[in-house]
Design a protein around this ligand. Structure first.
Ligand code: 4AD
Ligand code: MG
Length: 431
């Protein structure tokens, strides 16, 4: 018999197939059981009649518990009322395991309970939808760069030095030496950009952030393009095209999940069109002050500041030229005001805040030597990086986009913890 999957079951209409999956839900009505079968690709109603299975198998089927695993045979029938448009008229059944009392029931559960049961929670329809969109988002991200001639050059996870400041470094032992988990692949991207011109890395990054906010993960995925000979404006244009494309493709491919399963209003996503507003840090500070926020020039924006700024815009917007003092050592100084840096963040609307951070890289070796010393970074570990300024120094720029924050925004969910299969949080390493 044909082994089938629920997504695309329509092509088997009128034929008998075998499905493999888990009991999502079941109700009975006399001598008929209505079993919702979940196979990972979708959910379908299976109609089980006593006359088709015989007394004893029917009794066993009636006793199936939520998440019991089984193989089920039946005839694919069109059913206009069913969400999938089809149902299965069951002709045979093989029970693989009768599940113990499943901890996650249709009733309400607290967040801690659900996070403790993340390994099971992934089966529920909301989580399933979010992670399906994540898989699509990752694909669209890669395709954007692949289609534009970027070379994917992945960067190491064990590194000898910090990229984004020493306060969020994860230290680990490396055969008698110290190593750190990568905070960003950028420094390595700068080397590969000199070899391939346009590159990107895409992988997990680690920040020992002591913050317990809805935007912070300890382990998150970041895609980082780097472009030789690009300046700040070039990289803003790239980030704009990129954001428009990935949001557009998510809407195009997952509108049903976004609107119907996640109940997210698609209108703000539909407005994600170029051009995005561009404001300087200095202008952003004025906006905040104009709204009565007592913001000191030179400080970094907190989540609340970003939310207030976003009220002025109906789409993502860039904030550029932050003070050099609050950005990483590698940022190029603004030639018009050396207190500022050629840095840029892209902020998502609706209170989602920063999803992209990047900028133009300093390429003068003396300037970088000075910054490395000022920030007390271990000079020796940066030797190879400074070589890039010794052998054909070149202006270049890039940025990093955090997958989880971007996905939270696209899905319209408050907290990044639901945007990665197994989140690592300040207070959570399990499951
Ligand atoms: O602004 P960040 O720290 O930039 C960099 O790491 C640069 N070296 C990237 C580059 O230019 N190649 O991080 C970039 C993005 C943020 O905008 C945010 O989306 C995400 O990474 N991010 C986090 N996401 C979740 N949890 C955290 N703790 C994050 N920290 C940064
Ligand atoms: Mg940043």
């Amino acid at each position: 018999m044909q082994l089938a999957e629920i997504s695309g079951i329509g092509k088997y209409a009128g034929r008998e197939v075998c499905l493999q999956g888990w009991v999502y839900n079941m109700r009975s009505s006399g001598s008929i059981l209505f079993l919702q079968l979940r196979d990972g690709t979708g959910i379908i109603q299976c109609v089980i009649e006593k006359s088709a299975l015989g007394e004893s198998l029917f009794e066993e089927a009636a006793a199936l518990t939520q998440e019991s695993s089984l193989e089920i045979q039946g005839l694919v029938r069109e059913d206009k009322r069913a969400p999938s448009g089809f149902e299965l008229g069951v002709t045979g059944l093989k029970i693989i395991q009768v599940a113990q009392d499943y901890p996650i029931t249709p009733k309400e559960h607290g967040m801690t309970f659900l996070m403790d049961h993340r390994h099971l929670w992934l089966r529920s329809s909301r989580q399933h939808a979010i992670l399906k969109i994540r898989a699509g988002l990752v694909r669209f991200i890669r395709e954007f760069y692949d289609n534009r001639g970027f070379v994917n050059c992945d960067t190491p996870i064990f590194t000898p030095n910090a990229c984004e400041g020493t306060t969020t470094l994860f230290e680990t032992e490396y055969f008698g030496d110290k190593a750190y988990l990568t905070q960003s692949g950028q420094l390595y991207n700068e080397a590969t950009a000199a070899a391939f011109r346009k590159v990107y890395c895409f992988g997990p990054t680690f920040r020992a952030e002591k913050s317990k906010t809805r935007r912070h993960l300890i382990e998150f995925w970041m895609v980082e393009p780097e472009v030789a000979f690009a300046d700040l404006d070039d990289i803003m244009r790239l980030a704009e095209d990129f954001t428009v494309e990935i949001v557009g493709r998510c809407l195009e491919s997952y509108r049903d999940l976004i609107v119907n399963v996640l109940e997210r209003d698609p209108a703000p996503l539909e407005r994600v069109r170029a051009p995005f507003p561009r404001i300087s840090y200095t202008e952003a500070v004025e906006i905040l002050r104009g709204k009565g926020i007592d913001f000191e020039f030179g400080g970094d924006f907190g989540g609340n500041d970003e939310t207030v700024l976003a009220e002025n815009f109906d789409r993502p917007f860039f904030v550029h030229r932050f003070p050099a003092a609050i950005k990483a050592f590698y940022m190029e100084a603004d030639p018009e005001d050396s207190r500022l840096s050629l840095s840029v963040d892209l902020l998502a609307p609706e209170g989602y805040g920063e999803i992209i951070g990047g900028g133009q890289r300093a390429y003068d070796i003396d300037y970088l030597e000075k910054k490395i010393a000022e920030e007390h970074l271990p000079r020796k570990a940066f030797d190879w990086y400074l070589d890039l300024r010794r052998y054909g120094a070149f202006p270049h720029s890039g940025y990093g986009l955090g997958v989880e924050r971007t996905l939270a925004w696209i899905c319209g969910i408050k907290h990044v913890r639901e945007t990665i299969p197994f989140p690592r949080l300040l207070n959570r390493l399990t499951p």
